[in-house]
Design a protein around this ligand. Structure first.
Ligand code: BGN
Length: 258
């Protein structure tokens, strides 16, 4: 009978080909069966209230990573309750939770509303951290500014630990990516970028988030305290883990302004 076996999650697949994700293991894990992948990556998505984007994103990125023959696990990190978004903190949590499960070659932190356009934009890590999502339609396919490090970045565990992960104090939109860039520069690490022809994205539109009013101060003043704000001061609790068809959803309790 038509329709009776369709799962609700699948019925949303308007833009994507469901068959291409059928061999993804529950929880969002995939390894090519026909070769040894060069990289096994953890794709970490700091997330809140973007259902439609998440659906589009996972379906697209899975097709993309499979075409690159990269083994992957997808983790979505969502805070519980009414709390201001803290992208950097959720990224750190994603890193720790992913690493608990496996030692990945590469941790890629990715906005849920960015879809890569060019297959040559290889989702691996190298000897230097990488700014992966360099430009999008939102900026007319130009780099925002020289120190821009937002959207999607890729780092090894060693590179993340070197800068004590990411800040825990930056609640609200903006600045946390600049802080990561500054942390790296402080350690004399200069991230790499692929040329824009390769690292171009489509940004799915969304309403404005409330900006972080303190970001300027936080960026300017707290760099010297990098070793006192990051992985070594991160406090959170895993509230619930849901193994969804295309990703592992980790709900976390964190404290912060609502
Ligand atoms: C910058 C933001 C970045 C953001 C880009 C996107 C700040 C810090 C202000 C001192 N930086 O302005 O976080 O990724 O815009 O265009 O808000």
């Amino acid at each position: 009978m038509i329709g009776t076996s369709v799962k609700p999650e699948l019925s949303l697949d308007r833009f994507t080909n469901v068959e291409e994700t059928l061999d993804v293991r529950i929880g969002g894990h995939w390894t090519p069966s026909y070769c040894t992948p060069r990289f096994n990556i953890a794709l970490i998505i700091p997330y809140k209230d973007r259902d439609e984007h998440l659906h589009l994103f996972t379906n697209n990125i899975i097709r993309f990573l499979k075409a690159q023959h990269i083994a992957f696990s997808i983790f979505v990190i969502e805070p519980v309750g009414k709390i201001m978004f803290n992208r950097a903190m959720l990224m750190s949590i994603g890193y720790l939770e992913a690493k608990k499960r496996q030692n990945y070659d590469c941790y890629i932190f990715h906005d849920v509303d960015l879809i890569p356009l060019i297959l040559q934009n290889y989702y691996g890590c190298y000897d230097l951290p990488r700014h992966i999502a360099v430009a999008s339609n939102k900026t007319n396919f130009k780099l925002n500014y020289a120190g821009y490090f937002g959207g999607a970045i890729g780092m090894t565990a060693k590179q993340i630990e070197r800068i004590n992960g990411f800040s825990n104090i930056m609640f609200g939109w903006g600045g946390e990516d600049d802080d990561i860039y500054n942390r790296l520069r402080k350690m004399n690490i200069k991230p790499r970028r692929y040329p824009i022809e390769i690292s171009a994205y489509v940004a799915l539109g969304h309403g404005d988030d409330s900006a972080n009013p303190k970001s300027m101060d936080q960026i300017e003043n707290h760099l010297q305290f990098m070793d006192q704000d990051g992985l070594n001061t991160l406090v959170y609790k895993v509230n619930m883990v849901k193994e969804r068809r295309l990703f592992t959803l980790i709900y976390v309790n964190i404290k912060g302004p609502s």
